[in-house]
Write a protein that binds this ligand. Sequence first.
Ligand code: TXA
Ligand code: MG
Length: 531
Amino acid sequence: MNTLILSGDNEKDIQNAGKILNGGGLVAIPTETVYGLAANALNPVAVQNIFKAKGRPSDNPLIVHISEFDEIYPLVKFVPEIAKTLCEKFWAGPLTIILEKSDLIPNETSGGLSTVAIRMPQSEIARGIIKASKCPLAAPSANISGKPSPTKFAHVYEDMNGKIEGIVKGEDCTVGVESTVLTLATNPPKILRPGAVSYEDLRKFIPNLEIHHAVTEHLENDEKADSPGMKYKHYSPKADITISHLSFNEYKQFLENNPEYSALCFDGEENEINCKAVSYGEIYNSKSQAQRLFSALHELDEKGFAKVLARAPKKNGVGLAVFNRLIRACGFKEFKANVKIIGLTGTTGSGKSTVANSLKKLDYKVIDCDKISRDEETYKGECLQKLIKAFGSEIVENGSLNRKKLAQKAFVSKEKTELLNSITLPVISRKIEKMIADYVNLGAVKIVLDAPTLFEANADRLCTHILAVTASKNLRIKRIIKRDNITEEMARARMNAQHSSDYYIERADFVINTDDNKIDINEFNLYLEGN
Ligand code: TXA
Ligand code: MG
């Protein structure tokens, strides 16, 4: 078959794509999530051709795409209030909702189920094509079944050229992972597939929302799949991938000791590891990881990597969608860390010390990183010589380091501060590593690094998990005034010089909010045991 290449920027091409679809043909179209392989959702023969082109099992139902909210009514039996609320908030966008289907939806589209999945994409091109086709469009991802989903025109071209009537070329997909699939046909409602509209986003509207356990776990062979897509091998590149839950430093070490592995890491890390590597987004930016994951999986194959160790994404927010795709691409292979090293951090007044104390009671070993950096012992020897060379002999008094003088000399410019850090941070880090090793030798398996400047000091590289403590700004101010006996003005100034709570939340695997002054440390402990 000769596949027509159309442009998403060209109105004539959009109309042409619509005409082909209306006539029962197949056209791959860009959406904000991934490219979709579209056909008239109400035409059973056209829908069957989607399954043929993809090599997809026919019991796996398709998502029906619409261009306006009101187009949902003829497709379902009933639209509950909660569906209206969610669509108002998240449509047009990467959220698919499942409701009882109307008789208009053929069994071919719903995979024989009594329900139907509906989504209104945000992409203007996609909505333009739906409008031009004058019908709702069934559109699974436009890849051969089992392969990573396509987020670039080139991916679609590789899998679909010669098999379908047309491909509409658009920009690379901005979201990069498929839509969140939420079923409202069960009570309580459940997330069947995580996406860019996160569990946390949806829970604000559905307090009893659940996440299907197959999102993060392997479905047992004889278990019934609530979403047929769950049971199929997915997103697999040719490379044999394993997810690493090790700290970055251990990850680096593992790769050094096992040269048969390549790396799937975060941006910038490839410069620090001595092996072939592909990166898939910024370390503390799940959105960027979502956007890049599938193209990174494609790249692993283009580069011919055989064995790959992947850095683990976070499992909260959009990170859950990234984890869900990656764990499937890995065939559920994970390296878990034997010893869990938890970076405990947060702004001043957030209640970090109280959390540290509660953890001690649960037999976590806590290392006070601030104390190490304040202790002049830390800098003795070679480090002190380097400091003198950099900042002059005035920083030494009676043979030992005067930290106040050093601060006066160092914190005068960005360059000087960086110079100071380049000398002291590795020394502090080595000392922390030594303390960790000592605890491990004594049999500890849960070690906490209590570190307000965890990220600045690069101590997050030693951690397997990040635990952030937060509290509302007003409460933090009150606590600092009381604790340090300072004026409100000073407390506010100190607060404003620090990172916002969001800075820590974005980076954390788990967040404890201390606003009600009650700390449920058991919840964290349970989380850690499962992760
Ligand atoms: O972002 C997206 O949703 C993309 C773009 C193209 O819009 N489409 C997409 O479709 O990912 P597809 O077919 O690859 O994934 C649809 C998923 C499958 O896991 C399927 O099992 C599930 O939704 N699904 C569809 N209808 C369902 C239903 N009635 N009940 C349960 N699961 C359903
Ligand atoms: Mg798919």
